[in-house]
Design a protein around this ligand. Structure first.
Ligand code: CP
Length: 307
């Protein structure tokens, strides 16, 4: 399998072979981060631009470190002090930066489809770092990588995604990714936070938390996205936490061995009791560590594979 794409915009459009190629490439890059000199010359002379129109801790830092570990130059574009604040469009912004001969844009935006709009307007590679409620492909890829590293496989496993599926780009990318790789995906949350027809993406739906937890090899908790709750889908955070939060009694009631995952940032005390995130079956920080290798793979493939 050879990487043919200019961009990485979502997992919906990738084949299982392409996902596998990214995971295998990430596997070969993972050891670079445990070296004393954490650098290989794979992208020396290339320039990567972080174009984040929404806040980020993990994704932005991880892409920056990944690019630097491949010896690329990295520019972090400051939206708040740029001409975007004077009304410049995202396409004009990207095309002007591209005119300075950059090779790749990492784009995060609150509007679904924004990275796609940029991708069709520039020759540089575009990687989606999270667009609205649509997709967050590199998050799902690092989740796939983490699970495959733990279990040695993906096919046949059951991933239970709990929480606000409606507003979650992480859930969408993970449903595409895990189902394409042969895993079962069960989504669970309050009915107003499960979009109608989500089963058509290849997952099952339950509104009973205990039913989802009892089947899962991996319990994947989502952050309740307060900033995207434009309508009153929930009576209160306390109500959500009481009915769908992972607390001691629900945790101890799970009979099957399972791993716990969360994309971050966590709302401790809402979707998860704080101490549970620190248990030995928590893969939460391992996900963050693996994000570097996965993003190195995506940068490497999109910038050097095709052309
Ligand atoms: N998981 C994730 O996207 O985290 P950030 O918002 O901190 O990048």
């Amino acid at each position: 399998m050879v990487w043919q794409r200019k961009d990485l915009l979502g997992l919906e459009e990738l084949s299982s072979g392409e996902i596998n190629l990214i995971l295998e490439t990430a596997r070969s890059f993972k050891e670079v981060s445990s070296r004393q000199v954490k650098k290989v010359p794979a992208l020396r002379g290339r320039t990567v631009v972080n174009l984040f129109f929404e806040p980020s801790t993990r994704t932005k830092t991880s892409f920056e470190l990944a690019a630097k570990r491949l010896s690329a130059d990295v520019l972090s574009f400051e939206v708040s002090t740029s001409s975007v604040s004077k009304g410049e469009t995202i396409v004009d912004t990207a095309r002007n930066i591209e005119a300075m001969k950059v090779d790749c844009f990492i784009v995060r935006h609150s509007v679904s489809g924004a990275p796609w709009l940029i991708a069709r307007s520039v020759k540089a590679a575009v990687i989606n770092a999270g667009d609205g409620c649509h997709e967050h492909p590199t998050q799902a890829l690092l989740d796939l990588f983490t699970v495959r590293e733990r279990f040695g496989r993906l096919a046949g496993l059951c991933l239970a995604i709990i929480g606000d599926i409606r507003h979650s780009r992480v859930a969408r990318s993970n449903i595409w990714g895990f189902s394409k790789m042969g895993a079962r995906v069960v989504v669970c949350g309050p009915p107003p936070l499960i979009p109608a027809g989500v089963e058509q993406m290849g997952c099952e739906v339950t509104y009973q938390l205990n039913e989802a937890l009892s089947q899962a090899d991996i319990v994947y908790l989502l952050r309740l996205q307060k900033e995207r709750q434009r309508e009153n889908f929930l009576p209160s955070l306390q109500e959500y936490s009481r009915l769908f939060g992972l607390d001691d009694s629900r945790y101890e009631g799970i009979r099957k061995p399972f791993f716990l995952m969360h994309p971050g940032p966590m709302n401790r005390g809402v979707e998860i009791k704080s101490a549970l995130a620190e248990q030995s079956n928590s893969l939460i920080l391992e996900q963050v560590t693996n994000g570097i290798a996965v993003r190195m793979a995506v940068l490497y493939l999109t910038m050097s594979g095709r052309r």
